[in-house]
Design a protein around this ligand. Structure first.
Ligand code: ZN
Length: 196
């Protein structure tokens, strides 16, 4: 059951990446990444995503539907502590590594995360060495990046962050479901909250 849901999710992610140049041009998508059979890890984010119906058609909507199907079987993760982000944040955010060095499917040089933040959360300024592209699958987010204009992005919107470029994300218009790709040095690192 979980394998079938994940294989369908991998197909949907690959199709979206192929259809959107900002994703296809960011990093080569692995042809046949090995299934890692990770045990599920439940977090509130999994239920919140599972309760969020996908709207519309197209590869973003297809991916949203596939994420919902796989959500109960995903190894949901949180990297922050309550001291860093607060209890409400922890109860309304989560992600899982679909593809990557430690993901549900293994690939040494690309990370593809499915990440969710609930309505009203403010994901404060943070940075990491790996280069990143955020792609909005559903919902909206106010993307803020050091040296760039703020942008309220919805479905199909994308934001690239350079290595160590500080950025923040505000869920000012409801929740957001994203596909996040990482590449380059620092792939094994994590984002560090910096405040301010
Ligand atoms: Zn980031």
């Amino acid at each position: 059951m979980s394998r079938a849901a994940f294989d369908a999710l991998l197909v949907a992610a690959r199709a979206l990446v192929a259809a959107r140049p900002v994703l296809a041009g960011f990093a080569p998508w692995p042809a046949a990444p090995a299934w890692a059979d990770l045990p599920p890890v439940a977090l509130p984010a999994g239920s919140l995503v599972g309760d969020w119906p996908a709207e519309g058609d197209g590869p973003e909507a297809d991916l949203h539907r596939a994420i919902r199907q796989a959500a109960p079987f995903a190894a949901w993760t949180r990297t922050y502590t309550e001291a860093e982000v607060g209890a409400r944040f922890l109860e309304n955010y989560g992600y899982f590594e679909l593809v990557g060095p430690t993901g549900h499917y293994r690939c040494p040089d690309l990370r593809a995360y499915v990440a969710y933040w609930g309505a009203g959360l403010d994901y404060g300024w943070h940075s990491h060495e790996a280069e990143e592209v955020y792609f909005v699958v559903s919902g909206h987010g106010l993307f803020r990046s050091e040296g760039e204009e703020d942008a309220l992005l919805g479905r199909g919107g994308a934001r690239i962050h350079r290595a160590n470029q500080r950025h923040a994300l505000g869920m000012v218009r409801g929740p957001i479901l994203t596909l996040v790709l990482w590449r380059g040095p620092g792939l094994g690192g994590r984002a560090e909250i910096q405040g301010g």
